[in-house]
Write a protein that binds this ligand. Structure first.
Ligand SMILES: [Zn+2]
Length: 468
């Protein structure tokens, strides 16, 4: 679509994090040009090349998934979605921006890791993408590189209190990176689990013959998530830096975040659909099926879900991302038969985040506007993409989804578009479905058909966190 092409989305209910408006939307040159009431003289005067009828539908901003791992190497294998298949699946589910994680290897520079991830994603993506940087090797050179990356638009740095010997950083390394972030505007994202203690429990469980997937959940104790969350918050306070805790799953960790926010600290939290909709009941499924649900932090007993929903309503949790990191059951998850610690950690989800959260609207857990906030606007603000992404307003990129709130669907691996041989939500009936997706004004999904292409998606440098 060339610049100057005009599209009008007519008749829908525009829903953003802030407003609900019965409005037509004019798109010009890949951006939102104007909104005007249905049947107003203004809207009637718009002449367009393409008219999309959204009568009876929602018109919402494209989703922003701030946490994905396309084709990530982990545990001797690689996540099964490439940037091509994973961003195509994202588009099917109404997500038009992902922020993926480039990885620094121990002994190498941040730059080398970032270059690798650019090479994987370049010319492959169906929707726009940015990068966070995983910092695995804190040293003077790495710290200096953080400043450069922030200036270039890689403004967030993930660190791990888990996975000793792989991504793990000790408290001193974390403190140093946080001190650097406090000076350069970067946001430290934390995988908050006490990995040193967890590894002891893993070895004890295996030695006692407790090898099934459900023990993955038991050894990664909720208190070890809460303890690490508390420790990360205190380190960030000492460093004077903001903190974003990824994939919060334990009620006790939510409490730590809530307490910090009550003190007015710049502490933020993300959860994921798997923690809101699944539980240790899934991890305990027989015949090794529980391996499908192995991810870290782990799924929790379902009693934890109420605290996560409450946190999303009270803004103690701001963002729902997927932590999309798919491994096929056949050949990949199966690597951990007889030893749960060898099951690759991660679950598919990039395609169903918007729909699952819409189901939460239907179920009365959250409002429509909160749905758009936690799935679109808040992640865009958190990661320096707003208002270009995450809203429908003049000047924003025309990442627009026409969403049918009444359509019924049944989630299944036989119909999903992710490159993975199972669905964590197999057979689940959902109300609501994506109908049409535009990325910068260009159709990607049209009438439940993929009409996009690999390479349409552009690398999107980011500003600093807009909550600071
Ligand atoms: Zn992750």
């Amino acid at each position: 679509m060339s610049t100057g092409t005009r599209t009008v989305v007519r008749g829908g209910l525009v829903v953003t994090a802030a407003d609900e408006m019965h409005a037509d939307v004019l798109i010009e040159g890949g951006r939102i040009a104007a909104l005007a009431a249905h049947d107003s003289d203004t809207a009637a005067g718009w002449i367009a090349d393409t008219v999309i009828d959204a009568t009876g539908k929602y018109v919402i901003p494209g989703g922003v998934d701030g946490h994905t791992h396309m084709q990530m190497p982990f545990g001797g294998t690689t996540a099964s979605d490439t940037f091509e298949t994973g961003t195509r699946a994202a588009a099917w589910g109404g997500t038009t921006t992902i922020v993926d994680f480039a990885i620094q290897s121990v002994g190498a520079s941040l730059r080398a890791g970032l270059d690798d991830w650019h090479a994987k994603a370049d010319a492959q993506c169906a929707v726009d993408y940015g990068f966070h940087m995983i910092v695995a090797d804190v040293n003077d050179k790495t710290l200096a590189e953080m400043d450069t990356l922030v200036e270039e638009g890689v403004t967030s740095f993930k660190m791990f209190m888990a996975y000793p010997g792989v991504f793990y950083s000790d408290d001193g390394q974390i403190l140093r990176a946080m001190q650097r972030a406090s000076g350069n505007g970067g946001l430290v994202m934390m995988h908050a689990e006490n990995g040193i203690a967890i590894d002891v429990l893993v070895q004890q469980a295996l030695a006692a013959g407790r090898t099934d997937p459900r023990y993955h959940g038991e050894v990664r104790h909720a208190l070890l998530e809460a303890e690490a969350t508390h420790r990360a918050i205190q380190l960030a306070r000492v460093a004077g830096s903001p903190l974003y805790v990824v994939h919060v799953s334990a009620e006790q960790a939510v409490a730590e975040l809530a307490a910090a926010r009550d003190l007015g600290l710049p502490v933020f939290g993300e959860t994921c659909p798997q923690y809101l909709f699944l539980s240790t009941d899934n991890l305990a499924e027989p015949d090794f099926e529980g391996a499908k649900y192995v991810c870290s932090t782990p799924l929790r007993p379902r009693e934890h879900q109420a605290a996560l929903w409450r946190g999303l309503r009270t803004d103690d949790l701001q963002v729902v991302s997927t932590d999309h990191c798919p491994f096929c059951f056949s050949g990949q998850k199966e690597m951990g038969r007889g030893d749960f610690s060898k099951i690759p950690n991660g679950m598919p989800g990039v395609e169903h985040r918007m729909d699952l959260l819409h189901q939460a609207v239907v179920d009365g857990q959250i409002t429509r506007r909160r749905w758009i906030d936690i799935a679109c606007a808040a992640p865009a603000r958190m990661f320096g993409l707003y208002p270009r992404k995450g809203t429908i307003a003049p000047g924003a990129d025309a990442d627009v989804v026409v969403y049918d709130p009444h359509a019924e669907q049944t989630v299944s691996a036989s119909t999903h578009h992710m490159n993975v041989d199972y669905s964590a939500y197999e057979g689940r009936k959902l109300t609501g479905r994506v109908e049409t997706v535009l990325s910068r004004g260009v159709p990607v999904i049209e009438g439940r058909t993929f009409v996009g292409r690999a390479g349409h998606g552009q690398y999107t440098p980011r500003g600093i966190c807009q909550y600071l």
